[in-house]
Design a protein around this ligand. Structure first.
Ligand code: HEC
Length: 323
């Protein structure tokens, strides 16, 4: 793509629920500045909460990544970073980065536009999006959340650090490679999204799958006659735990499987299981598992529900991979 293609002086307006005036995007011509090499002054020209369109430079390699789009595990399309950059005008967006816990600027395209590009408008009627990440992380986000708030697919981070963030892992602050894609949210003007911390911020995203909760999480779902507390615990487990843990073979692979062959309610005292979910550092030095988001409202109730759900699953085991 040639730099000149991006130098149209029009003003772009991103539609959204959080105040159209604040979301007027400003076109910034960057000259020959590469995406990775932009100076601080240029960064400051992206005011708080206002995405600004950026130029992309020729030959720049934005992670050389691609992303697979699926519907219920069936592939429908593959888009490369180059195609996304070319077809959807990238913006420069400042957000409160929940892992660094500081403001950060990213080069990004609106996730709604990405999904339109891949699926056409029909994705809006689906229930959830399952993100697949290079490191085995598999978070699910309800489609509703993408319609209610403004999500973006970040392609790069301008500045010296490259497309990375600093993140606390096992007690040390590490630099994490975000490539090829990082899902970010407008959260400077949206207190609710900000309270939810890193919920819905997967990085190293290589796959987007449109799913329905029940079909995708069949093996993870509690028996149909379960109590409403157990059902609520299932929803909470999908939202907060399944991105890292599998139940009966389904779910993320960062932490251990939590039902087959043994379920933690079978080998941990309930009090210790609750402590572990509440704050793993009460049990281990430098655990890899993070505590359940401390800012969640009704946290104690959510822990009750998750423990009830795990208890119910102990008598509902399905051998992973069994037909
Ligand atoms: C970011 C990934 C991640 C998330 C999210 C996560 N866990 Fe973990 N979990 C781990 C890892 C990794 C371990 C292995 C111990 C360690 O290194 O911390 C673990 C260990 C556990 C264990 C101990 C299992 C054993 O046999 O030692 C339990 C129980 C557990 N997690 C439950 C949960 C529940 C319930 C949630 C949701 C509230 C959750 N985890 C969310 C990564 C995660």
């Amino acid at each position: 793509m040639r730099l000149a293609d991006r130098r149209d002086e029009s003003t772009v307006r991103t539609a959204g629920p959080s105040g159209a005036a604040a979301m007027v995007a400003v076109v910034i011509a960057f000259g020959a500045c590469s995406l990775l090499g932009c100076s601080r002054t240029e960064l400051e020209s992206a005011p708080r909460g206002e995405p600004a369109e950026v130029a992309t430079s020729p030959g720049e390699d934005p992670g050389a990544g691609s992303i697979d789009f699926l519907i219920e595990s069936k592939p429908v399309k593959l888009l490369t970073a180059d195609e996304l950059m070319k077809n959807l005008k990238p913006l420069r967006l400042e957000v409160f980065e929940p892992y660094e816990r500081a403001n950060a600027v990213f080069t990004a395209v609106p996730l709604e536009r990405v999904l339109d590009e891949a699926y056409g408008p029909s994705w809006r009627t689906k229930e959830a999006i399952l993100f697949g990440c290079r490191d085995g992380y598999e978070p699910t986000i309800p489609v509703r959340r993408i319609l209610e708030h403004q999500a973006f697919l970040a392609i790069d981070r301008p500045g010296d650090v490259g497309f990375t963030i600093l993140k606390d892992e096992e007690g040390t602050r590490r630099r994490i490679d975000l490539r090829p894609f990082y899902v970010i949210w407008e959260n400077l003007d949206n207190a609710r999204v900000r309270t939810e911390g890193d919920y819905g911020w997967p990085y190293q995203v290589i796959r987007i799958d449109l799913v329905s909760f029940r079909s995708r999480f069949q093996e993870m779902a509690p028996p149909a006659h379960s109590s409403s507390q157990v059902q609520a615990g299932f929803d909470a487990f999908v939202a907060h735990c399944s991105k890292c843990h599998a139940i009966n073979g389904r779910g993320g692979a960062i932490g251990p499987e939590l039902n087959y062959p043994a379920n933690p309610t079978e080998y941990l005292k309930e009090e210790w299981l609750r402590k572990w979910i509440d704050d793993p550092t009460l049990m281990r030095i430098a655990p890899r598992m993070p505590p359940l988001n401390p800012d969640l409202p009704d946290r104690t109730r959510i822990i009750d529900e998750i423990v009830a759900y795990l208890g119910a699953m102990a008598s509902h085991k399905i051998e992973p991979g069994a037909p």
